[in-house]
Design a protein around this ligand. Structure first.
Ligand code: ZN
Ligand code: ZN
Length: 254
């Protein structure tokens, strides 16, 4: 076994696990540099100019051809290259990653798990986390429709987390809380600039419903306090008007 640790954009975790922080050339040129410190991980320690070490990469249960070679003869650098079919898969991953993470110029990380000396299973990491409903405190809420008795109203924060919806809502409604007028930049200065939470006001009738979102009517911009208060009762999501009324009643007595 060779050295464990961080080497440029790679991190060797143990003798069968390596993580690479992807960058632009990873996606554009379907290749990645392999620093000489981590050649051992890919069994290419003794690679010579002109050699090609063939590898199989397994991605989502499919096999793809790849190889390791010496990149340039004057100052030799090792790189891994994979075929165009895999590049197409990676392009989709990048698109997906950017939508879900809201990082327009971001790149995911990829994990290599050694199966044998020339077979490596690869998977992108961090993507499942972005899909995980449980990390959002404003979880999915179901409300029974007592009149009809059958269909359940479901409020889900799935539309609130979509960066495209967020952008649209903010463009239309601005970054001031539509209930209490709170403005993060006024209170927190430059650090609070552009911060606001987006709330989806319309219930769905099933979690699978893919409804067209009208950002002007279905989304509102709220400060974190008002957003929590609107979601406070599990059996009844308040409307902007209802929460405003509650606050106004208070101020009469204040
Ligand atoms: Zn507010
Ligand atoms: Zn909400």
């Amino acid at each position: 076994m060779g050295e464990i640790g961080k080497f440029f954009s790679w991190e060797i975790i143990d003798d069968i696990t390596a993580i690479k922080n992807c960058d632009k050339s990873f996606f554009e040129h379907n290749c990645s540099g392999v620093p000489k410190e981590i050649r051992w991980f890919f069994d290419s320690k003794d690679i010579k100019n002109g050699n090609k070490i063939l590898l199989t990469l397994i991605y989502q249960d499919k096999k793809y051809e790849a190889h390791i070679e010496i990149q340039n003869f004057e100052s030799p650098r090792t790189r891994m290259r994979w075929n165009g079919d895999l590049k197409k898969e990676f392009d989709e991953v990048l698109k997906d990653y950017r939508v879900k993470s809201g990082k327009e110029n971001g790149y995911p990380s990829i994990k290599f798990t050694k199966i044998s000396e020339d077979i490596y299973e690869i998977e992108f990491i961090g993507l499942d986390l972005l899909n995980d409903e449980s990390i959002n405190p404003l979880e999915t809420i179901e409300i029974e429709n007592r009149v009809e008795g059958k269909r359940k109203k479901i409020y889900t924060t799935k539309y609130e987390r979509n960066p495209k919806n967020r952008k649209e809502a903010i463009k239309i409604h601005g970054t001031r809380c539509m209930v209490c007028d709170f403005d993060f930049e006024e209170v927190y200065g430059e650090f609070g600039k552009d911060f606001i939470e987006v709330h989806h006001t319309k219930p769905l009738y099933s979690l699978e419903d893919e409804v067209e979102i009208n950002p002007e009517e279905d989304l509102v911009c709220l400060c974190s306090n008002c957003h929590r208060m609107i979601h406070r009762r599990r059996d009844k999501i308040l409307t902007v008007e209802e929460l405003k009324e509650i606050m106004e009643e208070r101020s009469v007595f204040a």
